[in-house]
Write a protein that binds this ligand. Sequence first.
Ligand SMILES: CC(C)(COP(=O)(O)OP(=O)(O)OC[C@H]1O[C@@H](n2cnc3c(N)ncnc32)[C@H](O)[C@@H]1OP(=O)(O)O)[C@@H](O)C(=O)NCCC(=O)NCCS
Length: 135
Amino acid sequence: MFPHPYTEADAEHWIRIANEEGRSLHLAIEFKGAAAGGVGAIAGEGIAAATADFGYWLGEPFWGQGIATAAASALVGRLMREQRFSRLQAPVFAWNPASMRVLEKVGFVREGVLRSSVTKDAALINSVMYAYTAA
Ligand SMILES: CC(C)(COP(=O)(O)OP(=O)(O)OC[C@H]1O[C@@H](n2cnc3c(N)ncnc32)[C@H](O)[C@@H]1OP(=O)(O)O)[C@@H](O)C(=O)NCCC(=O)NCCS
């Protein structure tokens, strides 16, 4: 869901979506006054209404300083306090151990491997489902 290449039109589209009223939440990650990345939760619909897809990204200069963990932890805390969702889920590309570590550090549990679930750079790869549940 992260366009590549990322155009100015993509940025404007994202800012419009982030400012819409609704159960989803899209926040910027600010570090020492600079925009460092984003973190958010996209609300499910119908029978999946209690579930949100949880995600985050950081600009490369900000990697490896604990920022994603701090941002993810803050958003999980807020969503749980507000009782917005019962389940937060995050499918992670199988080659992204840093992201899996972030999720584990904020209390997500590894649920399983979704085989051949994602097409990335023209290759079919596995993803790993992580989830945080309120109860
Ligand atoms: C994944 C990403 C969010 C991590 O952000 P970050 O701020 O560097 O993460 P943190 O510093 O909070 O924590 C990273 C953890 O992963 C660990 N880690 C980093 N590289 C690793 C690797 N190759 N293998 C195993 N663990 C690794 C770090 O040691 C750290 O764990 P620790 O605190 O126990 O030592 C960031 O690299 C990013 O935005 N990547 C591009 C977008 C992306 O992948 N988003 C997630 C999609 S699911």
